[in-house]
Design a protein around this ligand. Structure first.
Ligand code: PMP
Length: 401
């Protein structure tokens, strides 16, 4: 049975070139980049090269990049490190109501520490309400955090409008965006866009797990979370994950080659998948249908990133469908993979006011630039066979036969 992996928003397969490159570094250039001898210098060269590559792709300065253990750490550093470093200016934080737990948990933590946290509501497509944001900004608002692309629905947030709204209300307020699902899937240049902090995770774009970065605009103050040997100019102690950092940079570079063509192809695939899925009975799409941008569009349907589709099904339990697809070698996710540790209802779908009956009936299909048309076809034909069969066994469900 051929494997059809459609859970790329959870993680991706490492590119073979990346794995080979990392393996070479681990076996040959295994020195500590802080060591003064040649082995250290050789290792340090890989870190420097990765920094140059990533700064080029993000169009930022090399000195603005901090390597981390992944986006959970980057988000924690941006929120808690940013809040503590700037708490003299105020103790009010705003975040959207659809943030990843690595941001929302920081909100809870900061609230316990005496900060005040406000949650920005979203519309039924999952886009933040920028007019509400305008009313929420105060003189003591230190950070606004809104993710670029939602990991459960693929909804793109109007970051350009958010920047204008925030900075015109309080130019000192810092804006952080969790860029995990956006970087490499969309053209996003955080510095040019006017953001102050931006989080990236390597394993979402065919790089290794356990490595990411936080871009912090020059002169923005953030308190380090990890203290120790003073690596990365005291901003993030700990021996750098040299193979991971190098692998992340190579994976990003590979993702950006022929980027326009690959993005076009992915949007075409997504559109085809959605239109065929909607031809089936009792299938609904959460979030936007068509290509989005980081500006609010007149058409609420036009807010989608190219790689994520969230579908809700009448009279189907997501977990049952997930395992029925798995039996056919098709791997998907129910809601968000990250929430399987806490199998509560999706707070993202709840914030979007998705009807209660779909809370347990939603599947996320997520693609990568490697996803092929045949894989999409195989998934669609599995769905069309499985849905009527599974509905027969759904207690109290309508019988679509
Ligand atoms: N933010 C978003 C939007 C994510 O999708 C994820 C990963 N599921 C993270 C943050 C956390 O990233 P990491 O796995 O690198 O800690």
């Amino acid at each position: 049975m051929k494997e059809i992996y459609l859970d790329n928003a959870a993680t991706t397969r490492v590119y073979p070139e990346v794995a080979e490159y990392m393996s070479r570094i681990m076996l040959k250039d295994y020195g500590n980049p802080s060591s003064l001898h040649m082995k250290g210098v050789d290792a340090e060269k890989h870190v420097k090269k990765a920094k140059t590559t990533l700064a080029g792709l993000l169009k930022c300065d090399e000195k603005e990049l901090i390597f981390t253990s992944g986006a959970t750490e980057s988000n924690n550093m941006a929120l808690t490190g940013g809040a503590y470093a700037n708490c003299r200016a105020g103790r009010h934080i705003i975040m959207s109501s659809v943030e990843h737990p690595s941001v929302s948990a920081c909100g809870k933590f900061l609230a316990e520490q005496g900060f005040e946290v406000s949650y920005l509501p979203v519309d039924h497509k999952g886009r933040v309400m920028t007019d509400r944001l305008k009313e929420m900004i105060r003189d003591d608002t230190v950070i606004v955090s809104v993710m670029a692309v939602n990991n459960e629905t693929g909804t793109m947030q109007p970051l350009e409008d958010i920047v204008k709204t925030v900075k015109s209300a309080n130019e000192k307020t810092l804006i952080h965006a969790d860029g995990v699902q956006a970087f490499t899937k969309t053209m996003i240049y955080p510095k040019k866009m006017g953001l102050d902090m931006f989080s990236v995770s390597s394993h979402k774009f065919h790089g290794p797990k356990g490595v990411g970065l936080l871009w912090i605009r020059d002169k923005v103050k953030v308190r380090p979370l990890i203290l120790g040997g003073g690596q990365q100019k005291d901003m993030r102690s700990g021996t750098e994950n040299v193979p991971g950092i190098a692998g992340m940079a190579l994976a990003a570079e590979m993702a950006f080659s022929d980027h326009d063509e690959k993005t076009e192809a992915l949007y075409r695939l997504r559109k085809y998948f959605i239109s065929k899925a909607l031809d089936m009975e009792g299938v609904h799409v959460n979030g936007g249908m068509g290509r989005g941008s980081f500006c609010l569009s007149e058409d609420p349907e036009m807010c989608a990133a190219p790689h994520i589709v969230s579908l809700s099904f009448d009279d189907i339990r997501a977990e049952v469908l997930l395992h029925a697809l798995e039996d056919r070698g098709i791997y998907v996710s129910s809601g968000s993979a990250c929430s399987s540790n806490h199998p509560a209802k999706s707070s993202v779908l709840a914030a979007m006011k998705v009807p209660a009956q779909f809370m347990d009936a939603t599947i996320r299909f997520s693609f990568s630039f490697d996803t092929e048309e045949e894989q999409i076809e195989a998934c669609l034909s599995a769905l069309s066979e499985l849905l009527p069969v599974l509905r027969r066994y759904t207690p109290g469900g309508r019988k679509h036969v």
